[in-house]
Design a protein around this ligand. Structure first.
Ligand code: ATP
Ligand code: MG
Length: 344
């Protein structure tokens, strides 16, 4: 994004479970850092589902989103049982959020990990593939799901990956699909990757079959930089990447569309620890940092990121990453936010 300090409107969804706690911590930090945003709360998630609205989002919330075109969203709980449509899929599809971007890096030696040099960005296509929702019942015992891959869809996500690499000073983009088996669908993705790579001779490119690629990513994440892939594979490898980097509480992600963008933590609403003021707010803080970078408030984004890193480096850790010998103090959600604020 262009660097600017223009005031930007953002829709805030406080979410369920630990959502309100980590959102409150994140908002405190944004405010203290001087983020130039105007927030508007939107209602979505468990309460909306349970009120009988199976979409999980109020129509007034759509109005707000259509105005702000920017969302910071805490995790939500989808009630158990049939009939509740996944709000994440609804938002991605309705808002055309075609790119899911998940940067994952380890913070060795400050946070325990097996992979000290990991610094990967997974860029996942977010609308097509087996998630297009085209399923049929052929007969009572035969069902079918269509895998939809389009050239414009491939071009958009692959170009996004190379542009991202260029903008963030990354050196290499790796394509992962299984075109040895799915010669048409995955073949198209791979072919478009090869074509677009030619436009970016400043960035290295290579390709791996997804099965061995996923295995190698899990064993040697330090060998990867930016990875671009289709929807289902991206879902799987982005979880692998986040898991091996340390705590699920650490990473944020961006969902990018042509007109709207939504930022969120990668983890769920963690009902097991909700209301205890112990959740790690880092995932949502990082999502907010990605949001600020997206709207051009780069200086404030950097300021928060650096304060966050310093807090972790100086050993102020929430219980999910607390480790005797490495950590200095076990802090609550709120205390963690205050430590970050004191380092801005
Ligand atoms: P969902 O279906 O919503 O993705 P999930 O089953 O994947 O949920 P999460 O809610 O992500 O589960 O939680 C998985 C585990 O990680 C839980 O034990 C939870 O307490 C822990 N966890 C998740 N987020 C955090 C966090 N921010 N801080 C600390 N622990 C967390
Ligand atoms: Mg999950």
């Amino acid at each position: 994004a262009e660097i600017t300090d223009k005031k930007v409107k953002v829709a805030i969804a406080e979410g369920d479970g630990i959502g309100p706690e980590i959102m409150s911590a994140t908002m405190d930090i944004l405010k203290a850092a001087g983020a130039n945003i105007e927030t508007e709360l939107i209602e979505l998630g468990e309460q909306v589902y349970l009120s009988g609205n199976t979409s999980g989002i109020k129509s007034e919330s759509w109005d707000v989103i259509n105005r702000t075109k920017l969302i910071l969203k805490a995790p939500i709980t989808t009630p158990q049982g049939k009939g509740y449509k996944s709000l994440n899929v609804t938002l991605r599809k309705s808002l055309g959020l075609y790119a899911n971007v998940r940067p994952v890096s380890s913070l060795y030696p400050f946070v325990k990990t097996h992979f000290p040099n990991m610094d990967v960005v997974i860029i996942r296509e977010n609308e097509e593939d087996l998630y297009a929702g085209i399923e049929h019942q052929q007969t009572q015992d035969v069902v079918q799901c269509l895998k939809l891959i389009t050239r414009p869809g491939c071009e958009r996500i692959i170009r996004y990956a190379f542009e991202y690499a260029r903008a963030y000073g990354r050196k290499k983009v790796t394509c992962m699909v299984k075109d040895n088996i799915m010669k048409l669908t995955d073949g198209l993705f791979h072919q478009v990757f090869n074509e677009i790579a030619l436009d970016y001779d400043d960035i290295k490119s290579d390709s791996q079959i997804i099965d061995i690629g996923a295995a190698k990513l899990a064993a040697h994440p330090e060998n990867y930089d930016v990875v671009v892939t289709s929807n289902l594979y991206g879902d799987i490898i982005s979880d692998i990447a986040a898991e091996i980097a340390g705590s699920v509480g650490m990473a944020g992600s961006a969902n990018i569309g042509a007109n709207v963008a939504m930022f969120e933590a990668i983890h769920g609403s963690a009902p097991d620890i909700a209301g205890k003021n112990i959740a790690n707010p880092s995932g949502l803080i990082n999502a907010a940092v990605l949001m600020l970078a997206h709207i051009g408030q780069i200086k404030i984004a950097d300021k928060i990121k650096n304060a966050w890193l310093a807090t972790l480096e100086q050993g102020y850790h929430t219980s999910d990453i607390y480790q005797e010998g490495i950590s200095k103090k076990k802090v609550s959600t709120e205390e963690f936010a205050n430590e970050v604020i004191s380092r801005l």
